[in-house]
Design a protein around this ligand. Structure first.
Ligand code: HEM
Length: 224
């Protein structure tokens, strides 16, 4: 019984479903991260105060642990499925014929764009979360001056170009990943799947443009 349960849990279908669910959760995270980062446009006080409230909330440790678990699940399963698919090449070919996966630029480059996002993410966390610590004081409250760090980091056109390149990869990845996740969890409808595909493209454009605009804005602010 237990053996059967474990077989089902580790089956390819189950792994695809878990990858789809974790991918959709990450899509949700991106929306909240972008919305929070948009406070950069309001100014240093608004952005730093928001970041300070976030990191001093006791629930942050739990939120970070859950987020890390979702990222690790998604990346781990993606790597495992990609390797398994490579080994079972003939089956993969027929699967592509049947599902249309691997037939567009976005779907065939999923492992490459995924890898770019992973490299981006590691550097991103080192640069900002564990980067230089500046301080700012607002209404007597001392907090981290993340705004200054962003302006400083994005004063380099190379850093801005790297971010835009990574956000293009992110857009390409989610333009397929978003609707494909619904397929993986079993949602496939002749009327709604094309709508989901359109929504997927709109979401991808919003993420790429939204996240790319921030480094450009920081660069221009720093150049003033
Ligand atoms: C221009 C685009 C972006 C900017 C300006 C930005 C800014 C930041 C900053 C300032 C932090 C540090 C927050 C803190 O320590 O309080 C951070 C953390 C983080 N960012 Fe971004 N981010 C961007 C894009 C992204 C993207 C595209 C992803 C995902 C693919 C991402 C994932 C993360 C993660 C996972 C953390 C760590 C969160 C935590 O542990 O609390 N970021 N980001």
């Amino acid at each position: 019984m237990l053996k059967r349960f474990l077989t089902v849990l580790t089956s390819s279908v189950m792994k695809k479903q878990a990858m789809g669910v974790s991918g959709l959760m990450l899509c949700g995270f991106l929306v909240t991260h972008l919305a929070g980062n948009c406070l950069i446009y309001v100014g240093p006080e608004a952005f730093n105060t928001y970041a300070h409230k976030l990191v001093t909330n006791p629930a942050i440790y739990l939120a970070e642990a859950v987020l890390a678990l979702i990222f690790l699940t998604h990346i781990g399963l993606a790597a495992k499925l990609t390797i398994e698919n490579k080994i079972a090449r003939p089956t993969n070919y027929y699967m592509r014929q049947a599902t249309g996966r691997g037939s567009t630029l976005a779907s065939s480059t999923m492992p490459i764009t995924g890898l770019i996002i992973l490299i981006f993410l590691i550097l991103h966390i080192i640069q900002f979360k564990f980067g230089p610590y500046y301080e700012a004081t607002y209404d007597g409250v001392v907090m981290r001056d993340l705004y200054r760090l962003l302006i400083e980091y994005f004063s380099s056109p190379i850093a801005v170009a790297w971010y835009i390149f990574c956000m293009l990869a992110l857009g390409l990845h989610v333009s397929h990943g978003f609707w494909s996740a619904f397929q993986s969890i079993g949602f496939n409808h002749p009327k709604y799947t094309p709508l989901l595909q359109l929504l997927s493209k709109l979401y991808a454009v919003a993420m790429t443009v939204g996240f790319s605009a921030l480094p450009i804005y920081c660069y221009l602010q720093g150049a003033k």
